[in-house]
Design a protein around this ligand. Structure first.
Ligand code: S3P
Length: 425
């Protein structure tokens, strides 16, 4: 198991257009190209383990893929049955969206993943997909991978999801495209909307009315994609927190998506006192621009709304909370329990090791701002836990054990962290 040591930082000015490309958008680019006629052209695809696994699966399903190191092209040959076991690695997005895509494909498919993914709940997609005719199964009555799928005819649906999950919404939308009628999906809070934006851009009929999305089955194949994937705001946010906790520092992230369903954590950091400027430069599938974060003393904050819009950033935000004055609280975030690790437990336990007092709730936690202390903490195989505590190290020095997982989403993280401070691996 590899570990890394990070040393406390002097004030820095971080500016980068090389933050990892967006993971959610990259997965979707690879998968949705399979439904297009003609050649999709994807620039700045995230070359990290999760999304490269998705791309490999798309290849196993029959698509022709070329990669000149800069641009990936994908030409679909429909979805073909394969003798390969389709390995999604660590990615819940990969596995859940493939369930939706493959439910209507002709043939039999097996999806699997790593030791962490095989413990994560899949019933949230297998159950609604089964209810419209999909033939999906797995351990624990279809809840745990490996999953088997035999493509079937799908019925139109009107489904209200009990959770705000873009993975569930996207799986159902992919199923809807090949169902026998107009489908309606409802969710309790709006989750990230990359699927809606991309499918519309590719010519699908999708209508959104607040929390209700209507999807029409495809009459013709989708138009191919021509996209440059923007930087991932979730990855950018580690450097936003870095600037917000080191006096005199700033971080400017260029070419990042400014999609409102993705930048809520920056808004919370702003509420805590950091100075944040957003500049919109472009609009293609997604709004794209830059975000600049400047240090200012931080105050405690209560986070209990729009949780789906910042769920992935909560571990990093907890580091800002540890450096803020007062007691910060996160509520309504029970989904943290079923991410790459139980992030309520892993955040709370690691903060305690760093001398920060916390309170644990079933659906969140409280962080009492104080003085972060150097410690040796474990990532528990969770990339966002690893990167959050390395960022904490900018304040006080830190050793993080089990850092290989960072490659699932942000392979050049250490290179960029090296701009802010000294790092040893
Ligand atoms: C994602 C949706 C979110 C998020 C995950 C990526 C996506 O998960 O946490 O990292 O790309 O659709 P849920 O849909 O489970 O909330």
């Amino acid at each position: 198991m590899m570990s890394a040591k990070v040393y406390s930082a002097q004030p820095f000015e971080f500016k980068s257009d090389a933050i990892a490309p967006d993971k959610s958008i990259s997965h979707r680019c690879a998968m949705f190209s399979v439904l297009a006629e003609g050649e999709s052209r994807i620039e700045n695809f995230l070359r990290a383990e999760d999304t490269l696994n998705t791309l490999k699966i798309v290849g196993h399903l029959g698509a022709e893929i070329t990669d000149d190191g800069k641009i990936i092209t994908i030409r679909s040959n429909g979805i073909q049955e394969t003798s390969e076991i389709l390995d999604c690695g660590n990615s819940g997005t990969g596995m859940r969206l493939f369930c939706g895509l493959l439910s209507s494909a002709e043939g039999h498919f097996i999806l699997t993943g790593d030791e962490y993914l095989k413990r994560r709940p899949m019933k949230r997609v297998t159950q609604p997909l089964r209810s419209i005719g999909a033939k999906l199964d797995g351990r624990n009555n279809g809840d745990l991978a490996p999953l088997s799928i035999r493509g079937a005819s799908l019925k139109a649906f009107d489904y209200t999801s009990p959770i705000a999950s873009a993975q569930v919404k996207s799986a159902m939308m992919l199923a809807a495209l090949r169902s026998d009628g107009v489908c309606t999906f409802r969710e309790p809070e709006l989750s990230r909307d990359h699927t809606e934006r991309m499918l519309r851009g590719m010519g699908a009929r999708v209508e959104i009315n607040a929390l209700e999305t209507k999807i029409w089955p495809l009459k013709t194949p989708l138009k191919p994609l021509d996209i440059r994937v923007p930087a991932d705001p979730s990855s950018a946010f580690f450097f936003a927190v870095a600037a917000a906790i080191i006096p005199g520092s700033s971080a400017t992230i260029e070419g990042v998506t400014l999609n409102p369903t993705r930048i809520e954590a920056f808004k919370v950091l702003e509420r805590m006192g950091a100075k944040i400027t957003y500049t919109l430069n472009d609009e293609r599938y997604e709004p794209i621009g830059s975000i600049k974060v400047e240090y200012a003393p931080l105050q405690a904050v209560i986070v209990e709304e729009n949780i789906a819009w910042l769920i992935d950033e909560l571990p990093a935000l907890s580091i800002a909370m540890a450096c803020a004055e007062g007691k910060s609280v996160i509520k309504n975030a029970e989904e943290l329990r079923v991410k790459e690790s139980d992030r309520i437990k892993t955040v709370v336990d690691n903060l305690n090791l760093c001398g920060i007092e916390t309170e644990e709730y079933p659906d969140g936690y409280a962080v009492l701002g104080g003085e972060l202390k150097s410690a040796v903490v474990n990532s528990f195989g969770d990339h966002r836990i690893a990167m959050s505590f390395l960022i904490a190290g900018l304040k006080c020095g830190m050793e993080v054990v089990d850092i290989e997982c960072i490659n699932t989403s942000f392979p050049n993280f250490f290179e960029l962290l090296g701009i802010c401070t000294k790092v040893e691996r």
